[in-house]
Design a protein around this ligand. Structure first.
Ligand SMILES: [Ca+2]
Ligand SMILES: [Ca+2]
Length: 201
């Protein structure tokens, strides 16, 4: 009985560790030019508020290799200068902002996203929203140049439903390596509940 309980415990601990492992969305995991809009289950990527109007998100090699924070590829859209992302709303500057909708089957309360400069005095912006459009948190970088990036991190009390990322206003930046962190509390609660259920058998 004790042996059985211990093996159930081991399985549950391994399971909860897997559940608590961050999900990384990395363009380098795919071939250049791949449409990655829905390639990661539970993570829908789309290009919003662009002048070109195409919603797809692709894995692309940036014009200058240094604009990737990891490997060779970054998130790209289907318009001109595909690695440029902005949050500007004036026509003529709208390369597009990257929107990430989450439907993972577990709550995400923390995200990390590499916001990379591509010339000088760039400012990156990441915003996290609840399902009803309420802004839950935002991260604005300091001044970035073509060789620098910041890993924008947002932690929220409520679950994050979607993200929007790009350069602040008309600043163009690149986006790379998105990390989605499962809520530790829900992983722990789940483990505890399963352990109790296991002991009652
Ligand atoms: Ca990369
Ligand atoms: Ca720029």
């Amino acid at each position: 009985m004790r042996t059985r309980f211990l093996s159930v415990l081991a399985v549950l601990l391994v399971g909860s560790a897997a559940l608590a492992t961050p999900l990384i969305v990395e363009p380098d995991d795919f071939l250049p030019g791949t449409d990655i809009s829905t390639i990661v289950p539970g993570v829908q990527l789309s290009t919003v508020a662009s002048d070109h109007g195409a919603p797809e998100v692709l894995a692309v090699a940036p014009l200058v290799a240094d604009w990737a924070s990891t490997g060779d590829l970054v998130f790209g859209h289907a318009g001109a200068f595909p690695e440029h992302w902005v949050t500007a709303t004036e026509p003529g500057y709208r390369y597009g902002a990257l929107r990430v909708d989450l439907d993972l089957g577990y709550d995400v309360h923390e995200v990390r996203f590499d916001l990379h400069g591509n010339d000088s005095a760039d400012i990156g912006l990441l915003e996290a929203f609840a399902g009803d459009g309420t802004l839950l948190g935002s991260y604005e970088t300091g001044l970035l140049d073509a060789d620098s990036f910041e890993t924008a991190t947002i932690s929220t009390a409520a679950p994050i439903a979607y993200l929007v990322a790009g350069g602040k206003e008309q600043a163009t930046i690149t986006l790379d390596r998105l990390v989605l962190v499962p809520e530790p509390a829900s992983a722990l609660l789940l483990t505890a509940a399963l352990l109790l259920a296991g002991r009652r058998r």
